[in-house]
Design a protein around this ligand. Structure first.
Ligand SMILES: [Zn+2]
Length: 178
């Protein structure tokens, strides 16, 4: 069952939605090769180092782009999440100009705490999946579909497993980003 907003989309956009919804997994050719970057990211957040988190995040995204045959995307880690009318922004994907850019925030806006490692990683993967929608699946638009969230969970599971971390008990709240 598509999400309720499906009914409000034009026929053309519904076709894009359904193409996205149909892909539920994203097998990595070599998840183990990405494990060091995942562990580095965990360490960077534990040390509350924005620069180290950005470096590790970029390394991870570079590796994911290589393995998924996507053009590169630039990763930016900023200090504090902005908060707006639509609630706190977790991450942001901007397809243009090349290279595409992924922005993730290091601290929550509300309390200024460092974002939990799993949430941070899920957000990074979430934004990378928007990149994959455009560049991998060649979709004209990127939607939050059930298939999209399954791919996000699938990718996270492979990376947690490869890095020797227990898989997440539950998914974080859907980031209100595009
Ligand atoms: Zn999104």
């Amino acid at each position: 069952m598509p999400f309720p907003y499906f009914a409000r989309l034009s026929r053309a956009r519904q076709r894009i939605y359904l193409a996205s919804d149909a892909v539920t997994a994203l097998p990595l050719p070599d998840a183990a090769a990405l494990a060091p970057a995942v562990r580095e990211l965990e360490r960077a957040l534990a040390e509350e180092s924005r620069r180290a988190a950005e470096r590790a995040g970029q390394e991870l995204v570079d590796g994911l782009c290589r393995q998924l045959a996507l053009p590169p995307a630039a990763v930016r880690v900023l200090a504090s999440r902005p908060s707006g009318d639509s609630g706190e922004l977790h991450g942001l994907y901007e397809p243009e100009p090349p290279p595409a850019r992924i922005t993730v925030w290091m601290r929550t806006a509300a309390r200024g705490n460092v974002v939990a490692f799993r949430t941070f990683l899920r957000t990074l993967l979430h934004e990378l999946l928007h990149h994959h929608d455009y560049e991998g699946l060649q979709l004209a638009e990127t939607f939050h579909t059930e298939g999209f969230f399954k791919r996000e969970a699938d990718l996270a599971r492979q990376l947690f497993l490869a890095a020797g971390l227990p898989p997440a008990a539950r998914s974080p709240r859907e980031p209100p980003s595009r």
